[in-house]
Design a protein around this ligand. Structure first.
Ligand code: 1GP
Length: 246
């Protein structure tokens, strides 16, 4: 029981901050070779999904292929019920806490829950908070984006997530965001939130990744850089080495 969650907790104990590369099944080519490479470079798990996944057949096929190629867990990162797929090891079972539409807070979760059960996916209870505006996640999720310079608002939601029993909290600037979440906001949330703190969106630079790790992030998610940067392997390797405690 809770085997992926226990694995993550052990990895955090061992390495400090972890990196979970995000593979978007609809944007990436060479998904299998990317998955193999990120594992070689030291990624602790692979996230698969995104805000606008619609092709569940393709998603399921890609997950099966990735599972044959890597040993690290494959974790679903769903933007909607369409992001639930068998064959993965676990799912970030997320509530978009600062959405203005209850569908993204509890509606999609209710619709997707039996599918999660049937697929025997380990559900990782996750509070999802969108920081800033203008990204696909912000638009699709109808989020009332928390301003980047308002850490107190992020703290309020984070503590609420903790009291609601969410053992993971994801501070999300949005895929391809121009601005990443500041180390100051991460540090502020870290002082209050005791669970596993995930930070993502706009992280492209190893030095920034190091600052976010030092500020208290447990997991950094990196997606767009892998898709767009020809030098991504070196940068991802640097990120992983810099954020590790050992
Ligand atoms: C998006 O946080 C993830 O949901 C990753 O963001 O694509 O900007 O790395 P990037």
């Amino acid at each position: 029981m809770n085997s992926v969650e226990n694995y993550i907790l052990n990895e955090i104990k061992r390495y400090g901050t972890l990196c979970f590369p995000l593979i978007d099944s609809e944007n990436s080519t060479n998904v299998i070779s990317i998955a193999k490479r990120v594992e070689e470079l030291g990624a602790s798990a692979i996230l698969i999904g995104g805000s606008s996944i619609i092709d569940q057949i393709e998603l399921s096929k890609i997950i099966s292929q990735i599972k044959l190629s890597v040993n690290i867990p494959v974790i679903l990162f769903p933007g909607n019920v369409t992001g639930v797929s068998p064959n993965a090891d676990a799912i970030l079972f997320m509530s978009l806490l600062n959405s203005e539409n209850p569908y993204f807070i509890t509606g999609a979760q209710a619709l997707g829950a039996l599918g999660v059960k049937k697929a025997k996916l380990e559900a990782l209870p996750t509070g999802y908070l969108i920081i800033g505006e203008g990204t696909t996640a912000w638009f699709v999720g109808q989020a009332k984006g928390i301003p980047f310079h308002k850490p107190n608002l992020a703290i309020m939601y984070s503590l609420a997530a903790q009291y609601l029993g969410m053992r993971f909290l994801y501070l999300e600037a949005g895929s391809g965001a121009n601005q990443h979440i500041s180390p100051e906001m991460v540090n502020s949330v870290r002082k209050y939130y005791d669970g596993i703190l995930i930070v993502g969106g706009g992280i492209r630079n190893p030095e920034i990744a190091k600052q976010l790790a030092e500020a208290g992030a447990d997991i950094l998610v990196v997606g767009t850089m892998i898709e767009n940067d020809n030098n991504w392997e070196k940068k991802l390797s640097d990120i992983i080495q810099l954020i590790r405690k050992v």
